[in-house]
Each structure stands twice: as structure tokens, then as C-alpha cells.
Design a binder for this molecule. Structure first.
Ligand SMILES: Nc1ncnc2c1ncn2[C@@H]1O[C@H](COP(=O)(O)OP(=O)(O)O)[C@@H](O)[C@H]1O
Ligand SMILES: [Mg+2]
Length: 246
């Protein structure tokens, strides 16, 4: 589903992604962890074509993304559902309109009643029945995340990326969100990337993990192998130790 080779990205004169190589099989579920500022969000945004890399190759579902102009990126972005780190809900749209937005773009023939009905179905699935006519500003943090998840999965895209789906949420809401992500994953069979700083919670959901630090991937592989990784930074990070290179 994703094939990245020697990906480099600078913004201004700061190198931020420094040689990323990555292969994500169709249907696999990956967690992305690492210290803040390491490049996790930048990496997934670059996969969607939101940043233009200096060099390297990104193939999504067999199609090269690097070098495409905006119109050519549209069909690629349609394959990707994304929950942004700050949710990025449209504050001028009601909850149901936010959720229906990607579907309206994908299927311009659907009328408002049909869009609303589909959005209400999704909202029920994420436990937000009755919130459809609220504004995003009226929602709690956990509810906003659910709306973002509903929107990211509305078109059942083959690739779904969640950037910090549980950040700032209490432990119970966090578990419920991971249950929800797993339920959606099972029903859609999508390939999933999920960024989180909550390694324990994330480990209940993903089968593979990568650790991104300073624009590089220090570890990638099956979850159990992460514990065995001997890189001193990885060792420190996953155990939350105060002593070490970080
Ligand atoms: N749009 C941007 N313009 C300039 N620098 C950015 C931008 N987005 C992120 N950065 C920088 O890139 C680095 C990685 O950021 P980010 O990918 O957001 O980290 P995280 O791993 O916490 O998600 C940080 O140093 C951040 O300041
Ligand atoms: Mg981030």
C-alpha cells in the first residue's frame, strides 16, 4: 500500500525528514511513535502530498506521489482518510456536515438528505447519535476526536491515517477510541497508520510499530521485536527512562 524510498524533506534550510525507507503491506496496521518534534506528523502529511520532498520516492497503492501537481494528487488523496493531530474540524460546519464532507466530494450526485443520512449512520457508530446538529465548538475533546474519526473513515478509504487519535483523552475514553478504531478496521479492512505517544494503548491496536526520531526511522517491525531493539534511544523511549540519549 505504501512504498517510500530515500525520502528527504527540508522546510526552509532545515532538513526535517532525512532518508526515510518504508514499506507498508496492504491491510497491515502500524503504530508510529517517537519523541515530540521527531517528524511523525510531517511524515504522514508528506505521504498525502501535503509537502513536496527534496528527493526520494513515495508510492501509494502503486502510484508515485512525488512530483504530482494538485489535480493529479486528488485521486491519491481520495484513497486516504486522515484524522489530523488537531482534528482540523471545520468550525463553520455542523457536526454532520463535517462528517459528510469527504463523501460529498467523492460522490457529488448525493443530495443533502442522503449525505445527512450516511453521516448520521457513521455518527451512531462512533457513539455520537444526537450530536449531528451541534457545532464543533460545543463538543468535548473526546467528542471532537470521534467526529474526526467519523470523517476520516466516512468514505471507507483503503488507507486511514490517525494522527494522535487519543491525545489529551482520559484512560477510559482512550480505550473506547481504540475499540472503535479496531471495529472500523475490521469492517473496512483498511491499511492503518496510527501516531500516538501512548505506547501501551497503541499496542492494543497495532501489530507493527515504527519509531521516528530526528527525521529518521530508528526502528520498524513487528510489535514484539520493539522490546528487543537494542538502539539506546529506542530502549530509553519505550521504557520511559530518564537516563539515556534523550
Ligand atoms: N509546516 C512546518 N513548517 C516548518 N517546520 C515544521 C512544519 N511542520 C513541522 N515542522 C517542524 O518539523 C519537525 C517535526 O515536526 P512534527 O512532524 O510535527 O513532529 P511530531 O513527531 O511531534 O509529529 C519539528 O521540528 C517542527 O518544528
Ligand atoms: Mg505530531
Amino acid at each position: 500500500m505504501i512504498h517510500v524510498r530515500d525520502l528527504h524533506l527540508s522546510i526552509g534550510d532545515r532538513p526535517l525528514l532525512k532518508g526515510i525507507d518504508l514499506q507498508v503491506e496492504r491491510g497491515s496496521v502500524w503504530g508510529i511513535i517517537g519523541p515530540p518534534g521527531g517528524g511523525k506528523s510531517l511524515l504522514v502529511k508528506t505521504l498525502c502530498g501535503l509537502f513536496t520532498p527534496d528527493r526520494g520516492s513515495i508510492r501509494i497503492d502503486g502510484v508515485e506521489v512525488c512530483g504530482l501537481d494538485e489535480p493529479a494528487l486528488v485521486p491519491i488523496r481520495r484513497k486516504i482518510g486522515m484524522l489530523f493531530q488537531n482534528n482540523a474540524l471545520f468550525d463553520f460546519m455542523k457536526v454532520w456536515e463535517n462528517v459528510a464532507f469527504p463523501l460529498a466530494r467523492l460522490k457529488p450526485d448525493l443530495d443533502e438528505a442522503a449525505l445527512r443520512e450516511r453521516a448520521l449512520m457513521r455518527l451512531r457508530e462512533v457513539g455520537l447519535a444526537g450530536s449531528e446538529d451541534k457545532w464543533p465548538s460545543e463538543l468535548s475533546g473526546g467528542m471532537k476526536k470521534r467526529v474526526g474519526i467519523a470523517r476520516a473513515t466516512m468514505t471507507e478509504s483503503p488507507l486511514v491515517i490517525y494522527d494522535e487519535p487519543t491525545a489529551g483523552l482520559d484512560p477510559v475514553t482512550t480505550s473506547k477510541i481504540y475499540d472503535l478504531l479496531e471495529k472500523i478496521r475490521q469492517s473496512t479492512g483498511a491499511t492503518v497508520l496510527a501516531i500516538s505517544s501512548d505506547i501501551q494503548g497503541l499496542s492494543t491496536f497495532v501489530k507493527n510499530m515504527m519509531l521516528v526520531h530526528d527525521g529518521q526511522i530508528l526502528f520498524k517491525g513487528p510489535l514484539p521485536a520493539l522490546q528487543e531493539c537494542e538502539d539506546p534511544l529506542v530502549h530509553q523511549f519505550i521504557r520511559g527512562l530518564s537516563e539515556g540519549p534523550l
